[in-house]
Design a protein around this ligand. Sequence first.
Ligand code: NAD
Length: 491
Amino acid sequence: MSVKIPVSPLVCLNFVNGKFDKASGEKYQVLSPYNGKVIGEFNASTAAEVNAAVASAKIAQKEWAATPLKERTKVMFNFRQILLRDMDEIAHLKSSESGKSFAEGKAGLAKGIEVLEFAIALQNMDLGGKVEVSRGVSCEYRREALGVVANITPFNFPAMVPMWTIPIALTLGNAYIWKPSEKTPLTSMKIAQALKEAGLPDGVFQVLQGGKETVEAIIDNKDVKAVGFVGSTKVAKAVFERGTQLGKRVLALGGAKNHIVLLPDANPELSGMGISDSFTGCAGQRCMAAAVLLAVGDVDKHIQKIYERASSLVLGQDMGAIITKPQLEFLNKAIANAEKAGAKVLLDGRKAKAPAGMEQGNWIGPTILDNVSPGSEAATLELFGPILSIIRCKDISQAMEIENSIEYGNACSVFTSSGNLAEKVIRMASTGMVGVNVGVPVPREPFSFGGVNASKFGHGDITGHQSLDFWSNVKKVTVKWEKQDDNNWMS
Ligand code: NAD
């Protein structure tokens, strides 16, 4: 299905205290990657507006945290029903602002709903625990909300990445401040509307539009107790440092340069499809996309399959567009640079045709570069587009040496039919997530999501069980009601 793109600009607003309101800072425009047209506009939130939103969230949070978990969960269950009802509408909007295909827009929201289902299940899973540790003395864990928490999200998943944290942080009893990407702010209004309709009390969920200054004002506000961030490594590091210097809890996920190790014994059909879909899905604009193919030994017939599948994709239907014109220029330049550095362009996305009527959009086709040298720009720099760099390797050891030399640590996959060789790659990979015969090894709920090294600053993961300790405190309670005869050191 083609993406429905707004024909006139939508006015994108803040959502504070249950009401949509215009902010008063710098004016921004939202351009659709599909046709280059203005589809939205908004004003950034000033520091005064940030502080007012945090102050009202702080008041609303107290009552929300005092609401029993099972009642909070009911709101989340309503939220799920509304998202399922409005899924197509939200998928069209998020795709039109981020450049995704309609199917990708829907898939992203579906993954966000899985996280929501994990949060809904917390009422049955997260039992805390109480033990009689000494005669008449018990110890108990109680999970408590932090207060007001914030999250800053990137352009490439306008609903899924926010939905990694919104349901979990809210279900745990926090008030939540969301600063969406200034490139893809429109979807945030749909999420806010859905939470209001679901019955979330006003002030518990606030959306503040804006860019760098708005982010800094959020981090600097003393009542924001924890900051989640997803975006590029440069900004992740800056946000982590600013927040931790103020003594805050920060989990900041950064960029990536993911590797796939392709071994000659791999199933050619499975690897052809898995690797092609990995580097072309979301036009390569996802932090789990394959960027480098470590081709071990003779894998030419597998590469032929990758080529056939990638070259058959139709722009505008099977693959979407690139977020901005400068990013498109950056990708074109990166291909030219790789060619100059000695790579062979097997498939040239620069020659791909824009869909009819969308010539002003940001289009590039799948690109495969062969004989890329380790250490070169195409082998090490995060390009964030549908470009696969093939590095030829003589054996697994050489492949893993290259993989280990990269600063990032999000994902690594291996395609093979050997359990032993797969295990070797799993052990040697310097990443937080590893796949076997899976091109995009995103863990499904309840397994948590997160990389290592320059792909993540802070401890724990952003979803799953590993995220619970980030969005809450565990209080340890020791209780005695009566004097016991057999006194010991606990008595
Ligand atoms: P970005 O870093 O430019 O922006 C992310 C967010 O930070 C936005 O909300 C933006 O407004 C804000 N921001 C930008 N500059 C800032 C500054 N100087 N100070 C404070 N805030 C600032 O990232 P992007 O271009 O929107 O997204 C693409 C990047 O995100 C890629 O590097 C991709 O790998 C990464 N990403 C990582 C993951 C992951 O799970 N590790 C997931 C999705 C995207």
